[in-house]
Design a protein around this ligand. Structure first.
Ligand code: ADP
Ligand code: MG
Length: 704
């Protein structure tokens, strides 16, 4: 192992310019304990000090300006606390006021009116006039020769730290001291020469110096790119190593044969031709389940892309090999619906399917559990109830998790324990995840994508309407019902204001009932506070076409399939997130008829809400919508991502750095393919770095 310099492990108090008090502020306020911490305390932007403003170009909007001009004599103005020293700086376009609130004697002593100065600072607006308070001042003729910093780094600091004198300028003095002392072998290169050459990266040493004090725009860009690459590369390497490890260690059931169940179903029961995307995904699954390794596959497919059929065919593969299969849905309604449709599809085949949800009666539940243990039930469909402890399979071979975003990783893990060898796992989600996030979040899962809808679907027409258009909307609903269609009207249900939402829903329901009276119109209502059997009853009436309108909260969001429903009205649409809107819209457009989605909002809309609505109107493509969602909300707010920790990035940005992420990921894949244990000489830098990081971590845990 290479000799590691201890320089960066020095406590920050040893650094020039840091006394015990500063050290404490750095520790507490900025989390900086060591030289290393400070080195990795990167600026978030720079001010180009090679650029000069003219006085008449300065506005209070500029965050920093640098101007050159002649200093006027000082004047002391104001009384008491507002007493201040002022002077002006004059160039050929005008003059700007400079202000000092303290240190008057010192300022007067070191600055010489009548001379030309280079002034740097933040312009403020004071009584309609722009001034610069406590500017940095350098004599013009000394400036050129002294000026070593071309790009002034700007650092984040906390309010308390600033009060204690640790503002961006003070921090930059410290980083300057640190970087001046930093030697080549204090920072080990952690990428191989091959990678550095291939992507034309600068060295790690150079990058860590330049990120603080770049000599030019180009130097700054190069430093940032290098550090982003490194950051993303090591995340990928870590996740991919996990995957490689799991693949080599975790044995899985081998589904060798495609037997009678699969073939009989495929040849005689399949109600339609599979889309090419469905076929491709099935092949991918087939490869996994016969490989002898446990499958952990994520299936992404837009709403209505036909994931259920893929799940069913995969389950038949399990059955053909003597295993049981299970499918787990996030809601009771959805589980019911899977049960119903799977039973219909399998009608006449010798396959026992059972439904297990929270509302199944105890006696029946007991019976199901018994038969499950004996292997008499081949396919179990259910909700969370399915992962509870009493549920024991004879031989579970495949578990499908539908609409994954509602299931946590921990729940997924409980399924693993349902057999001595973990069953194959197929996770299905209709909330498309932006590519960049999928690459990071699910780097340890295999992913399949159904990127094609079954043929003959008419794309849903989406419109945005204001509350004031309600009468026209009602008219449209009437028209559609006359044509024999069914209509959803959905109200938001957001936890924090559950009571208010409930009232909105009930008010809405009443106005719908008034507008669409019996006997011409029949209305169902479903919401979260109903008993499961009432929900089921209302739902069933709508599914069977006995009611024309379904008034509901978002409980119908996921998965529900009523092909004759062709209109989705979303009330208070501005309150829904993009992925939710997209999910809801996916409830229509499932039959042969032209379908419509009407987003109803109030007149007052935030910029973001407007952007969401515009996106919905513009596109039906779930992946595109997911990308917009990511841009609007940032990765931290995306569903299921907070817990993952993967977006805790220092320099890289999952929205903007797609390209670098792809390069970094590909690099990690190539390296692991060639050298999974990282033992060859050229990968030494990586290996050393990982080892070093490990020891650093141990060091930290000792402290805290
Ligand atoms: P999702 O992917 O949203 O779960 P579903 O599996 O519920 O979608 O399928 C939506 C509808 O499309 C169902 O009515 C299903 O029968 C139908 N479907 C699925 N695959 C095909 C196909 N290849 N051709 C025609 N219809 C299909
Ligand atoms: Mg589905």
């Amino acid at each position: 192992m290479a000799v590691i310099s201890q320089f960066l492990e020095n406590a920050i108090s040893y650094l020039k310019g840091v006394g015990p008090q500063r050290a404490e502020t750095l520790n507490k306020e900025l989390g900086v304990h060591t030289y290393r911490d400070l080195l990795f305390y990167f600026p978030y932007r720079y001010v180009d000090k090679t650029q000069f403003y003219k006085v008449n170009q300065i506005t209070a909007k500029n965050t920093h300006v640098q101007v050159k001009g002649i200093l006027s004599p000082f004047k002391l103005i104001g009384q008491g606390r507002s007493k201040r020293l002022v002077a002006s700086l004059k160039d050929d376009t005008g003059q700007v006021q400079l202000v000092w609130f303290k240190g008057h004697q010192w300022i007067k002593k070191i600055l010489a009116p009548g001379k030309e100065y280079v002034v740097f600072g933040k312009p403020n607006l004071f009584k309609g006039q722009v001034n610069i308070a406590h500017p940095e001042m350098d004599l013009s003729n000394e400036y050129e020769s002294e000026q070593t910093i071309k790009m002034q780094p700007i650092y984040n600091s906390s309010e308390i730290a600033k009060k204690k004198g640790l503002d961006t300028k003070a921090i930059s003095k410290l980083t300057y001291n640190l970087v001046s002392e930093l030697k080549q072998n204090d920072v080990l290169e952690n990428l191989s020469e091959e990678v550095i050459d291939k992507y034309q990266l600068i060295s790690r040493y150079q990058a860590l110096k330049s990120i603080h004090f770049p000599s030019s725009d180009q130097a700054m860009t190069d430093a940032i790119r290098r550090l982003k690459f490194e950051e993303l590369f090591f995340i990928q390497l870590k996740l991919l190593r996990l995957k490689v490890n799991r693949q080599s260690k975790l044995k899985g059931f081998e589904f060798d044969v495609l037997g009678t169940f699969f073939n009989e179903f495929y040849d005689t029961k399949l109600p339609f031709e599979l889309t090419n995307a469905q076929k491709r995904v099935l092949k991918e699954i087939r490869q996994d389940v016969k490989s002898g390794r446990q499958m952990n596959r994520l299936l992404q497919g837009d709403v209505g892309s036909g994931k259920t059929m893929v799940a069913l065919l995969s389950m038949l593969m399990a059955l053909d090999n003597g295993f049981q299969a299970a499918i787990m849905a996030p809601t009771e309604i959805l589980a019911q619906q899977h049960y119903q449709s799977i039973q219909e599809l399998l009608y006449g085949m010798n396959i026992n399917v059972a439904l297990l949800t929270g509302s199944v009666k105890t006696s029946e539940k007991q019976n199901i559990l018994e038969r499950l243990k004996l292997g008499d039930i081949h396919i179990l469909i259910g909700t969370h109830a399915l992962i509870e402890d009493p549920v024991k399979f004879k031989n579970l071979g495949l578990a499908v998790i539908d609409e994954q975003h509602r299931f946590g990783v921990a729940q997924r893990a409980r399924l693993w324990k349902k057999n001595t060898t973990p069953p194959h796992i197929l996770v299905m989600t209709a909330t498309p995840i932006p590519r960049t996030l999928a690459m990071t979040l699910y780097a340890d899962l295999e992913t399949s994508i159904i990127d094609e809808l079954p043929p003959g679907r008419k794309s849903i027409q989406t419109e945005h309407r204001y509350d004031s258009h309600r009468l026209r909307i009602f008219g449209f609903i009437r028209e559609q019902i006359k044509l024999g269609r069914q209509v959803y009207i959905v109200y938001p249900l957001i936890k924090e204001s559950e009571k208010l939402d409930y009232k909105d829903l009930m008010d809405g329901y009443e106005s719908v009932v008034r507008e669409f009276p019996l006997p011409d119109y029949k209305i169902s209502i479903v919401h979260g506070q109903m008993k499961p059997e009432d929900k089921e009853y209302e739902m069933r009436r709508f599914v069977n076409g006995e009611t024309n309108i379904m008034v509901a909260t978002t409980v119908i969001e996921v998965g529900v399939n009523v092909p004759n429903a062709s209109v989705m009205i979303i009330e208070s649409a501005e309150r829904f997130g993009l992925s939710q809107l997209h999910q809801l819209r996916g409830r229509v457009g499932r039959g042969a008829e032209q379908s419509y989605c009407i987003l109803v909002t109030g007149n007052k809309l935030s910029k973001e809400a407007r952007e969401r609505l515009k996106t919905m109107v513009r596109t039906n493509d779930g992946f595109e919508i997911a990308e917009v969602d990511l841009k609007l909300r940032g990765p931290g707010d995306m569903e299921g991502i907070q817990q993952s920790g993967v977006v805790d990035l220092r320099v890289a940005d999952l929205v903007k750095d797609v390209r670098i992420l792809q390069e970094a990921r590909q690099t990690a894949i190539d390296i692991l393919e060639e050298d999974p244990e990282l033992v060859t000489g050229k990968n030494n830098p990586l290996k050393n770095y990982l080892d070093q990081k490990r020891t650093q971590k141990i060091g930290w845990s000792k402290i805290s």
